[in-house]
Design a protein around this ligand. Sequence first.
Ligand code: PLP
Length: 459
Amino acid sequence: MGTDMSSQLALKELLQANNTIVDKILQSEQEGALFTTPDPRTALDSNLFPIAIGSAGLEEGEVLQRLDRIMAGTPSSSNWRFVNQLFGGRVNIAVAAELLAVIANSSMYTYKAAGSQVLIENEVLNKLLTVAGFPGGEGAFVPGGSFANMAAMIVARNQLFPEARDHGTGDSRAGIYTSEESHYSIVKNAGMLGLGRRNVRRIPVSSRGAMLPEALEAAVEADIKQGVIPMLVNATAGTTVRGAFDPIPELLQIARRHGMWLHVDGALGASLLLSRQYSSLLEGLASADSLSWNPHKMMGVPLQTSLVLFRQKGGLQGSLDETADYLFQSDEELFNPGRRSLQCGRRNDALRLWAAWAYLGDDGWDQRIQRQIENAGIAARMIAEDPDLILCEEPQSVNVCFQVKGRDSAEICSLLNSSGRLKIGYGQVKGQQAIRLVCINPELDEERIGRILGEIKSV
Ligand SMILES: *Cc1c(COP(=O)(O)O)cnc(C)c1O
């Protein structure tokens, strides 16, 4: 029982017992085991998972047994059959570091509370700022790319409307411009920040899914005539479905001409900055105002590892700092990241990224990304050569979009999910539904990609 202290296994023993469950998960990943979870209604109604919490506590051993059964019904995103989302696979050393972060259980607001972890966080931020071309800038870890976009929108709003933080934006209407194919968080954030979802303009895209600069210009000018104040352009680097890149230099020119902030949503694509061959897809970034970056996507660091970076220092603290004499009691500002973060108590997101980078080095990232893009190329070639499949377009990064001739893409994905054979999703490409194969797990190779396409064709 939870109340009987003497029955508690020591933490060390618990962790060892946990390893038995870990072994099973790793084994099933290695075999490319099928996913075994039925639909949620059936799972719930048949008490498939021992999830009920009773009024009497259980022995820890019993809790572990239940966890074992629950984990068996949890799809591992490191199984190569998981190609559903923009993450998958893992960098092992990052997982090891993450476990240490959990044991230390630091809260990252002050050096006083988190010690060397704050220095680690600053080091990682400086590395990323340098890679982004923002050497004198600042940044923060945030709980996901959606919040990275939100932090950028907050700082942009406060720059255009210096009164906004204290008094709101009053009757002013701020125009926000983002492509039709950009991530939904831009619209969601406009709602959350009181800027208004209806003040977001969805700008048309080219046949390759990139925002059209002339359409942006037209939307901005139409807004100005209506009394809307243009505030922010969101350029996406790696759109969620097609992996498309908006043209940063062109959008930057328009943004500057109208006094707007240029944010780059690189949640998916900023990792290409670490690639010698593909970093030019983000050309012009160094002159942008801010960047969102999710190392939990292409870099394989556990969720959520997300950052927002700013070219100039000061905006974050200017937008987020509050007085809290019970919290900020020691050291200079640099060592009190809580003064620049969205959260108060905040878990350590930096250590696992630091460990992955220390292990791989810049060269390791370059190779990892090369492999991911090569895999996308391999998949595209196999699809193009297959008479039963239609490739929607040449891949622009790790997303490969295609159709099965005469079949409904949504139905295929649903059948593959219910049979446990594959986790894969679909999206809209040029007005048509297409299957999106995400080549992000570097454990993919030609043979596995062939098996994935075989599953898709035979379902
Ligand atoms: C994934 C993604 C996001 C959202 O990131 P989360 O960490 O899931 O909140 C935002 N923008 C783009 C382009 C993305 O691909």
